[in-house]
Write a protein that binds this ligand. Structure first.
Ligand SMILES: [Zn+2]
Length: 122
């Protein structure tokens, strides 16, 4: 159930950001970026967020969008890049395990939009 913890973190981050910027408007949209390496189940995270947001005045109407990022590995030996579905970290072309992870580890709040239309980067 790490989605529960992540939903809590998202709410904490947004609340801190709102406070820091002295914003009192309600939040309309939240875009959260999650690399597939993090193995997050979007439905579970959305559900956890929706349950917890009700306890926060500024977040009670917020709509959470989760943008998943594919895992992309690059082979250090032959340079080939692959998008992988499972964490099987070898090059599909030359089978080398000398690979670099280019993306898939992301886990951050990308964008918070308030009801007045102003955007806060967070
Ligand atoms: Zn290779």
């Amino acid at each position: 159930m790490h989605e529960l913890q992540i939903a809590q973190n998202i709410i904490t981050i947004i609340n801190e950001e709102l406070e820091k910027n002295n914003r009192t408007e309600k939040v309309r949209d939240v875009v959260f970026v999650a690399g597939r390496m993090r193995a997050i189940i979007p439905e579970t995270l959305t559900f956890s967020f929706d349950v917890q947001k009700k306890e926060h005045r500024q977040l009670s109407d917020a709509n959470l969008t989760i943008r998943e990022v594919d895992i992309i590995i690059q082979c250090r030996d032959c340079g080939a890049q692959h998008s992988i579905d499972e964490p099987t970290f070898h090059c599909k072309k030359c089978l080398s395990t000398n690979i670099e992870i280019k993306s898939g580890n992301e886990l951050y709040v990308d964008c918070v939009e308030l009801f007045d239309g102003n955007e806060e980067k967070g």
